[in-house]
Design a protein around this ligand. Structure first.
Ligand code: ACO
Length: 362
């Protein structure tokens, strides 16, 4: 099966991915411009304009999002022992499923806020620590960091997380956003769309890759071991996590934005320089090894590779990386679901039947 390669399944005014040029445009602006100058809530205002006309003012939206984080905190009493035994992404999914389905701006903000609140809360609860109540007056990224580490974050940590959330916010018709659109096309509601999208995101071929990237770096251990380790993995037929993409034939532009955020952290002493050197050696060797094993396929670094290092340096545990990705992508999922519900039709493709026909010999 072709995985719907090249099929146009939606018209969107949200974002465009040019895989040959290595360019991502969100609402007419290049990603690097947004990542350098916009907070996550400002990108939400941009992404949601025309979809929720009352959200067009970034300042107002930031205030409303802070209030939504405070509301999300009240759902944490449902984070019981059974929920906390689940992997964090499944725990967060079960908490997210508690939110009522809706179509309005309040429902949209509640969902984005919930992912930002549940991720640090579930992380802390699994460590036996109390969750930290949101501070609605802070920026979204600052509050997320504060809820994770229970103290005021450094400006570099806030800037780095903001850049990451912005780089993750939307990316064409990726598998999880397509899932959100399929569900929205039945008019099921925003919570249903986002729960489905989160389920699609968690797989290692989509948003589940950054945790395994760190496992790979740990297994390699030192730059000099990268070449032989990667060669052996490819010889066993394994995929190298953090490399390859359906659309990009050149380096994923999001990888550069995230690497820039890592450099902000490195300058402030928040990351061990030897970890960065190891990652750079692994990246170099992996691209060379992939070119030898899959000639002509042009497999390059994707978003997830440097994301792994960034989220580790910010103090998120690797098993919760997909939840942080979801906290960023939530703004895009809402926009896709809303765009589909407002302007699209029921998504109902066809299949070709290749099974037995009644009356034909087996
Ligand atoms: N390591 C080794 N081989 C790879 C890799 C990789 N990372 N990526 C693709 N290939 C190979 C495949 O094995 C396949 O080889 P074959 O033709 O000999 O069978 C060929 O390249 C094409 O692979 P496809 O699966 O058709 O490529 P597709 O475009 O469908 O897959 C995907 C894209 C799933 C991202 C793939 O590159 C992959 O598995 N990467 C590793 C996981 C990863 O990093 N996921 C995060 C993606 S980014 C994101 O979702 C935010």
């Amino acid at each position: 099966m072709n995985g719907l390669d090249g099929i146009i399944a939606a018209e969107t005014g949200l974002s465009d991915v040019d895989g040959e040029a290595g360019r991502l445009i969100i609402r007419g602006r290049p990603l690097d411009e947004l990542a350098a100058h916009y907070r996550y809530e400002d990108v939400l205002a941009l992404l949601w304009e025309t979809l929720f006309p009352e959200s067009e003012h970034g300042g107002t939206l930031a205030t409303m999002l802070g209030q939504a984080r405070a509301r999300a905190f009240t759902h944490l009493d449902a984070a019981d022992a059974r929920v906390l035994e689940l992997p964090p992404v499944d725990g967060v999914r079960s908490l997210l499923g508690r939110l009522a389905d809706g179509e309005d701006l309040t429902s949209a903000l509640d969902l984005v806020a919930a992912l930002a609140v549940f991720t640090p809360a579930v992380t802390r609860l699994r460590r036996g620590l109390d969750p930290i109540r949101p501070d609605p007056t802070l920026s979204h990224a600052a509050d997320m960091m504060r809820m994770l580490q229970a103290r005021a974050p450094e400006p570099e940590q806030i800037a780095a997380l903001d850049r990451y959330l912005v780089s993750a916010v939307d990316h064409g018709l990726n598998a999880s956003s397509f899932t959100a659109r399929v569900i929205a096309s039945t008019r099921a509601g925003l919570t249903s769309s986002l729960v489905g999208a989160l389920c699609a995101l968690k797989g290692p071929l989509h948003g589940g890759a950054p945790g395994p990237v760190l496992d790979m770096l740990d297994a390699i251990g030192r730059p000099a071991a990268a070449g032989s380790w990667l060669e052996a993995a490819l010889a066993r037929g394994e995929r190298l996590m953090g490399f390859g993409h359906r659309i990009y034939r050149v380096r994923d532009p999001r990888a550069d934005v995230v690497k820039g955020a890592l450099e902000i952290l490195a300058r402030a002493g928040h990351i061990d320089p030897s970890r960065l050197r190891l990652a750079e050696a692994v990246e170099r060797e992996a691209i060379a090894a992939l070119a030898r094993h899959k000639p002509g396929r042009r497999l390059q670094t994707n978003l997830e590779f440097y994301t792994a290092l960034l989220l580790e340096a910010l103090g998120f545990p690797r098993e919760a990386f997909t939840c942080v990705f979801a906290a960023g992508r939530a703004g895009g999922w809402v926009a896709h679901a809303r765009e589909q519900a407002l302007r699209g039709r029921l998504i109902r493709p066809s299949s070709r039947y290749v099974g037995p026909i009644p009356g034909e010999a087996a």
